[in-house]
Design a protein around this ligand. Structure first.
Ligand SMILES: NC(=O)c1ccc[n+]([C@@H]2O[C@H](COP(=O)([O-])OP(=O)(O)OC[C@H]3O[C@@H](n4cnc5c(N)ncnc54)[C@H](O)[C@@H]3O)[C@@H](O)[C@H]2O)c1
Ligand SMILES: N[C@@H](CCC=O)C(=O)O
Length: 514
């Protein structure tokens, strides 16, 4: 691929790539998908109920499917992973890195196909799809590099000729990896690579809304790893519950706070606590001060609020703006939002596609009704001219302070604007939610920027970023730690402290023979 696309890119930058994507999307949509199989100890299982996934842009067209795992199969998958955990932990990180880099190389050879599958299954536009496909590669490379930089997390402590002391991090054993629908390749790969590169084996459960995208990358992992090191069980919430309720030694989860915190409460084998690395949702604010460059602010906010139809954990959900510039900012946001093209990813102009399913659409319809009753709806709403659940970007203001639409995560192209009269008040409102994932500020006052950095309660911060007020974190560049209700681990994916979460500490004092 000639161009490297990330979440801040504004074009694929290559006509040949556009054409290749168009062709791949057509092929993906035209071929009737075979149900994805479960993978247990290297064996494929194709029995049981078939979960079907329809194209969110063309409602009656099947785009993905999978055989849902039974409780017995889930346990077999955990056993298969347990069976090879010693041999996998015994491999050197150099050997593991070599295998994982082969995975990345193979994904790299099939990037266009992956982007097309991602678009077909989620409805995300081509830029978002290529960004995600590229993130898969950068995620694997970043975690392999971290293992090398940290020399496998083994340090010699003060030692003598007679006694050697080592402090090291060792894998827990078997990790359950439970992934969400919105980044079904990048996030499944991120968590899976985190577990594998540190020497754990994995049972991966993709979202039942996106089985094909996750199976695509999982199959490439399986092709390069010893049997049983990666196992895949398909299905919905119930399969996730069976997996999390099994004797796995750790859980890596990305998804809603409602589910993540339930998993956090579960006990591990023999009733003991185990790591639950849960990365969850947000109610992410962008603060706009009166000194801000309002064009940059509007651009960054619109990009972060409506990219992927607001179905990003990092999406900008609240704009908290100084009253002195609020009307001007609202006008700019509305103008940019109205200029976005809503449509099928097959349309190269499309900025945002449909939302993933009827459940989110119902939530949006209810939210809109509430917003019309309690506030001002400036623009946006359902588009009935297209099949599927398409929405024009919704911009709302003047909801009463603390209104639930400004507190809960709707996961939709829905932006609330809140007026304040001081920077202190802006920060107070920004921090008034239970979540703490990403946040942005637009200000040309250094003192305000410093106050924001010191006082905001969130793990991913952006200052004056027109390319994305709250979105666009990238492996090795940003880290992605959810504070408060947004994360359980206190360390996030993408960053430099992520891998130790998959390991525990052991000290080894070895007396050398006299
Ligand atoms: N912080 C992050 O890095 C991040 C990234 C992407 C998405 N998210 C969050 O994910 C959510 C959207 O994804 P989603 O709708 O797929 O989330 P979800 O919580 O509905 O599902 C996530 C995964 O958990 C499984 N699951 C559902 N109920 C379960 C249960 N009771 N036990 C075990 N597994 C269960 C699902 O089948 C899916 O595989 C949003 O809240 C978003 O903010 C967070
Ligand atoms: N890494 C992406 C978000 C992933 C969650 O949905 C971003 O930072 O915008």
């Amino acid at each position: 691929m000639a161009t490297k696309v990330d979440y801040a890119s504004s074009s694929l930058g290559d006509a040949a790539l556009e054409a290749a994507y168009d062709n791949a999307l057509r092929l993906v949509r035209d071929a009737e998908p075979k149900p994805e199989q479960n993978l247990v100890g290297g064996l494929r299982h194709s029995t049981g109920e078939v979960v079907k996934r329809f194209d969110p842009c063309r409602e009656d067209s099947l785009v993905g499917a999978a055989y849902a795992a039974t409780p017995e199969l889930v346990l077999q998958a955990v056993e298969a992973a347990r069976g090879v955990k010693k041999s996998w932990a015994k491999t050197s990180y150099g050997e593991r890195n070599a295998m994982l880099r082969q995975v990345a190389a193979d994904v790299g050879d099939r990037l266009v196909e992956l982007a097309a599958i991602l678009s077909a299954e989620t409805g995300k536009n081509r830029l978002e799809a290529f960004g995600e496909a590229q993130e898969v590669l950068d995620m694997i490379e970043h975690y392999c590099t971290l293992m090398e930089k940290n020399d496998g997390y083994l340090l010699q402590q003060k030692s003598t000729e007679a006694e050697k002391n080592y402090d090291l991090l060792v894998p827990y054993g078997v990790f359950a990896v439970i992934s969400p629908f919105n980044f079904p390749a990048a996030l499944a790969v991120g968590m899976t690579t985190g577990a594998l590169v540190t020497g754990n084996t994995v049972v991966l459960k993709p979202s039942d809304k996106t089985p094909r995208s996750t199976a695509f990358v999982a199959d490439i992992f399986a092709a390069h790893l010893p049997e049983g090191v990666i196992n895949v069980v398909h299905g919905g919430a119930q399969v996730g519950q069976w997996l999390a309720g099994s004797e796995v030694d750790g859980i890596a989860f990305t998804g809603s706070a409602q589910v993540g915190w339930q998993l956090f409460e579960l006990k591990g084998p023999r009733g003991l606590q185990r790591p639950v690395l849960a990365e969850m949702g947000g109610q992410n604010p962008a603060i706009v001060a009166r000194s801000a460059d309002l064009d940059a602010a509007a651009a960054g906010i619109v990009r972060s609020a409506f990219g992927l139809s607001g179905q990003k954990c990092s999406a900008c959900r609240r704009v908290i703006v100084d009253d002195a510039v609020a009307d001007e900012l609202i006008a700019k946001i509305v103008r940019l939002a109205d200029g976005l093209v809503v449509g099928d990813p097959a349309d190269p102009r499309s900025n945002l596609g449909p939302v993933i399913d009827d459940a989110i659409a119902t939530r949006i319809d209810q939210a809109l009704e509430l917003a019309r009753r309690d506030g001002t709806v400036h623009t946006g709403g359902r588009m009935f001219s297209l099949p599927g659940n398409y929405y024009r970007p919704i911009v709302v203001s003047d909801l009463p302070r603390g209104h639930r639409l400004t507190r809960e995560e709707l996961f939709a192209p829905f932006l609330s604007i809140i007026r304040v009269s001081s920077f202190d008040e802006a920060l107070e409102e920004a921090n008034a939610v239970d979540y703490g994932l990403s946040a942005g500020v637009f200000s040309n006052e250094p003192g305000e920027v410093e106050q924001f950095l010191d006082e905001i309660e969130a793990g991913v911060l952006y200052v004056n970023r027109a390319a994305g007020a709250t979105t666009g974190a990238w492996p090795g560049i940003q880290s992605f730690c959810g504070w408060k209700r947004s994360g359980t681990a206190g360390k996030g994916g993408l960053g430099i402290w992520y891998l130790p979460g998959f390991m525990r500490e052991q000290n080894r004092t070895i007396v050398v023979a006299p």
